[in-house]
Design a protein around this ligand. Structure first.
Ligand SMILES: Cc1cc2nc3c(=O)[nH]c(=O)nc-3n(C[C@H](O)[C@H](O)[C@H](O)COP(=O)(O)O)c2cc1C
Length: 330
């Protein structure tokens, strides 16, 4: 089996394989990060998976102690995240190699990370944002495409990846719907330097979610994935379970009306977010309690729970087959 695939991304972060175990709120664990990084990719975790901030500080050090390979941390960089500064500092002190930013301006993270020699890649869903982060000095862009788990983009990867490739000069990391080595080969063929894989790792032994959630990943079809703002106030992808169906595609009419007024907005936005997070936590952690499960369309190609090392190895075996069987044009 191939032991190394060199791309601009692997050279940037000094890893062997262009696979990022994407950060997933309530799902990623230190064990998953270590397993993916030790397998040759880059494991990553949202800092907010640990509360309070001191717990993150402790856990990021513990992850570092378990692997010398590159590791990643996801920071939410919008104003709602009060922990950006302390989590950035704790990550840099621990020696995190890669930051993945989402939902805001990565300016501060890029400045501080670069002082420490760490790299920063930023989630983007359109060219305008990609150009902005490139101008700020980002080391790469995560092209969040349609079908991704979480706050999915709207653009088709067959268009978005080449579109970014033609217009930015930093590595492009493909995200959305990639759950095997065949789609990884396609993404690299389109011009991506790495793949950012989320949903596939929910069905891993290291994911910290209950078996109800993992089984739902195995059983669901791409058509079961819906985008709804009803859970947290921000559109996000979920498996269309009875609870999600009941909630509909947006927050209740009364809250929506209140949200239109500046004062109401100040109350409604954090309240809906807080309640949504509670429901999500309950669904992820307590078996049989609730069924509000975030996932992307790649559920359609996920059929078994594997350990994270085996997932990376399967990707590489399939990638090798895909490359071998792709008809050459010349
Ligand atoms: C359950 C779940 C939780 C996620 N949480 C986060 C998060 O906390 N921060 C973030 O930047 N992206 C988050 N994402 C997005 C992933 O990092 C990644 O971009 C996405 O999963 C890629 O698409 P895929 O799921 O089709 O592989 C999440 C995705 C899922 C499925």
């Amino acid at each position: 089996m191939i032991s190394e695939i060199k791309t601009p991304f692997t050279q940037l972060v000094n890893c062997k394989l262009p696979i990022i175990g994407a950060p997933m709120f309530l799902v990623s664990t230190p064990e998953m990060v270590v397993a993916v990084s030790e397998a040759g990719g880059v494991g990553s975790i949202p800092s907010l998976n640990f509360r309070p901030a001191e717990e993150f500080e402790k856990q990021v050090k513990a992850i570092r102690a378990k692997t010398e390979k590159p590791i990643g941390v996801n920071l939410i960089v919008n104003k709602s995240n009060q922990r950006q500064k302390p989590d950035l500092k704790a990550s840099l002190d621990a020696g995190v190699d890669l930051f993945i930013t989402s939902l805001g301006s990565p300016k501060e993270v890029i400045k501080e990370a670069h002082k420490n020699g760490a790299k920063v890649i930023c989630d983007v869903v359109n060219l305008e944002h990609a150009k902005k982060v490139e101008d700020l000095g980002a080391d790469g862009v995560v092209a969040v495409c349609a079908g991704a788990g979480g706050h999915a983009g709207e653009l088709n990867p067959f268009v978005f990846i080449p579109w970014l490739k033609a217009n930015v000069n930093i590595p492009i990391i493909a995200a959305g719907g990639i759950a095997d080595g065949y789609s990884m080969a396609a993404a690299l063929t389109l011009g991506a330097s790495a793949v950012h894989v989320g949903t596939r790792f929910i069905a891993s032994t290291e994911a910290q979610v209950n078996m109800g959630y993992k089984n739902a990943i195995l059983k669901s079809t791409p058509e079961d994935i819906v985008l709804t703002a009803a859970v947290s106030g921000t559109p996000c992808t979920f498996i269309n379970t009875p609870s999600v169906k009941k909630m509909g595609d947006d927050i209740p009419f009364l809250l929506k009306t209140l949200k239109k007024h500046p004062l109401g907005k100040k109350l409604v936005v954090p309240l809906v977010h807080l309640l949504g997070m509670k429901k999500l936590e309950q669904s992820a952690n307590q078996y049989g309690k609730s069924d509000i499960w975030c996932a992307g369309q790649s559920v359609g190609v996920i059929n078994e729970v594997l350990d994270s090392k085996a997932i990376v190895e399967k990707f590489i075996a399939e990638y090798e087959l895909a490359v071998k069987n792709t008809p050459q044009s010349s």
